[in-house]
Design a protein around this ligand. Structure first.
Ligand code: SER
Length: 597
């Protein structure tokens, strides 16, 4: 195997596919432009979804690039030697130009010729088949023809060998993953590629994009089949360099050296310190890429800005843990910039913004932290005296409410002292607080502006049912653009390029009435906007929310971020009828509807 740096691997990959007739395209922004179902670009194929679905790409049918990606699903796992929130992905695409045979042959040639991987050490997986798509003998046969022996070809089910869609809907298909056998002994008779014991190291994924998952969750075969492949740069250079962890490669060692210099401790000496050093290194690297993105943004309480805030704040806290007693984020950002500004020139163009925002957020949070931690330390002796190793929701809420101390940090701080936090209790306290402030608001608007009568409450719930029903009947693109409720009727504005037909109106009414008749329970949970999004809750995410939002579920039918109020069961709502469907402005339709007893 050739020991390559990230810069060398990027170049080798692009040059190889250019030599095979591919055009290099620029990677896209980290903030997806056309996909409201995810916060960040999570894979190289993500910005290419419209083209995989059939649009003409201006650069042709064979493309290659490197793409910055962020996956936030496991922010909390960062700290171990393997997890990253930001990574780079190499990819080559065929938009209807070639399919399985060529894709696999290119992969094999690149792995064995360019990276010098011994073919005898390669193992591959292919899709075993299910009710949505057949067993992938075609892919297996190509691997066989290249000399991969039968015992190194593994047929696996959908959980392992199906990729996508990147958001909730979109292109997807069976894949074939390539692994390097590290030569370590198998952990047991079931040890296969994909096993977490570390024997097999995943290096590349060829996805055969032949299907499209629609809003109803059904898999439809696509007419024009595409290839999407993805190779993670950090993971790949780690294995090529014989390193046990991505944090030991040259994309992290200068960052880690800077943290060591700032805190005066050494990486690799104490596990606790290592965790903090990795968290700081990962989180600031990711933050620099979010701030320095071509569509970059500042920390905030919503969407991407909220993730950014969490990353920065967690890094600051771990800096303090390591004993760094001054502002330090800019020092680390400087190293990240020097590592990446050639591959990503946008970072340099936006460096003033990156440094300004990091400084502002660090100062703001340091203040919060000092106050919050002081209060926590004050509570500690009392907590230690008690029998319970749990911090009550009420206390956690006090830290949040009075000192702005985020619940996730309370949980982390508590854990360090051997405590857990009653997070459910925290949510209850939070909810109660919301109700109290709402009551206050009602007092303020006496005279009916904030009308929470029985009639308006039922219409609030009807609005959620209508919203969901519209997306089922008209398509997943339907988004709420406005809502207004009086005691007599609801009014709902949504995006739609044309008038609804009589049949569509009827179908929407029927679907809503069906849910009312089912007498579905309406339940509420409190969570971060990010969690709400991850659960697929509908929301106007560019609206301002606090750090926690209420999510109302109506049975399994609808899930939506909302301040309420809502009925407890749909059965009491009466009969739903649309009285008007009209144009409101260009591309916007307006529905007026009532509930009749
Ligand atoms: N989309 C696939 C992945 O992310 C291949 O690029 O693994």
């Amino acid at each position: 195997m050739k020991s390559l740096t990230a810069n060398e691997l990027r170049k080798l990959y692009i040059d190889f596919f250019v030599s095979k007739g591919h055009r290099q395209i620029s990677g896209a922004s980290l903030i997806p432009e056309n996909d409201p179902t995810v916060l960040f670009t999570t894979a190289g194929m993500h910005p290419l979804v419209p083209y995989i679905l059939g649009a003409e790409h201006p650069a042709g049918k064979k493309l290659v690039d490197y793409q910055k990606c962020i996956r936030t699903g496991d922010i909390d796992s960062v700290g171990d030697p393997h997890h990253l929130t930001f990574f780079e992905m190499l990819g080559n695409w065929s938009l209807g130009a070639y399919f399985k045979k060529e894709a696999i042959e290119y992969s094999y040639e690149f792995l064995t010729q360019c990276l010098g991987i011994d073919p005898a050490k390669l193992s591959v997986t292919v899709f075993a088949g299910d009710e949505n798509a057949p067993r992938d003998d075609e892919a297996a046969n190509v691997w066989r023809s290249l000399g991969i022996s039968e015992d190194r070809i593994h047929f696996m089910p959908k959980e392992d060998n199906w990729w996508g869609p990147a958001g909730e809907t979109g292109p997807c298909g069976p894949d074939s993953e390539m692994f390097i056998d590290t030569g370590r002994p198998a952990c047991g008779p079931d040890c296969r590629p994909g096993c977490s014991c570390g024997k097999y190291f995943e290096i590349w994924n060829d996805v055969f994009m032949g299907y499209r998952k629609d809003e109803k969750g059904e898999y439809k075969e696509m007419e024009r089949k595409c290839i999407d492949t993805g190779m993670g740069i950090e993971r790949t250079i780690a294995i090529l360099q014989g390193k046990k962890s991505v944090y030991e490669t040259e994309v992290f060692t200068p960052i880690i050296a800077k943290v060591e210099e700032l805190c005066g401790r050494k990486y690799g000496e104490a596990e606790d310190d290592d965790v903090s050093i990795r968290i700081i290194s990962d989180h600031i690297r990711t933050s620099v890429f979010i701030l320095g993105d071509q569509r970059g943004m500042a920390p905030s309480n919503v969407g991407q800005g909220y993730i950014l805030r969490r990353l920065i704040r967690r890094a600051v806290r771990h800096g303090k843990k390591l004993g760094i007693d001054h502002a330090f984020l800019s020092d680390i950002a400087t190293v990240v910039l020097s590592l990446y500004q050639d591959a990503y020139p946008e970072l340099k163009e936006r460096q003033d913004f990156i440094f300004d925002e990091l400084k502002k957020e660090e100062a703001k949070f340091s203040e919060t932290l000092v106050k919050g931690e002081r209060e926590f330390e004050k509570m500690l002796p009392n907590l230690m005296k008690g029998n319970s190793r749990q911090i009550s929701g009420r206390l956690a809420f006090k830290l949040y409410d009075t000192y702005g101390f985020p619940i996730e940090l309370t949980v982390e701080l508590a854990k360090e002292h051997g405590f857990t936090v009653d997070e459910k209790g925290f949510q209850e306290a939070f909810q109660k607080h919301q109700e109290i402030s709402r009551a206050g608001a009602e007092q303020q608007f006496k005279g009916g502006l904030a009308d929470h009568s029985e009639a308006t409450t039922a219409l609030h719930t009807a609005t959620h049912l209508l919203h969901k029903a519209l997306s089922v009947v008209m398509g997943g693109y339907v988004k709420q653009l406005g809502s207004n409720i009086t005691a007599e009727r609801l009014r709902f504005d949504f995006n739609c390029p044309r008038a609804m037909t009589k049949e569509e109106i009827k179908a929407v009414e029927d679907l809503v009435n069906e849910q009312i008749q089912k007498d579905l329970p309406v339940t509420i949970e409190v969570m971060s906007p990010e969690e709400a999004k991850a659960q697929g809750a509908a929301a106007q995410f560019d609206a301002k929310y606090g750090e926690q939002v209420k999510v109302y579920s109506i049975g399994d039918f609808s899930k939506e971020v909302c301040g309420g109020p809502h009925v407890e069961h749909t059965g009491t709502m009466g009969h739903f009828r649309i009285v008007k469907e009209q144009s409101s402005s260009a591309g916007v339709r307006r529905i007026k509807a009532v509930l009749e007893k």
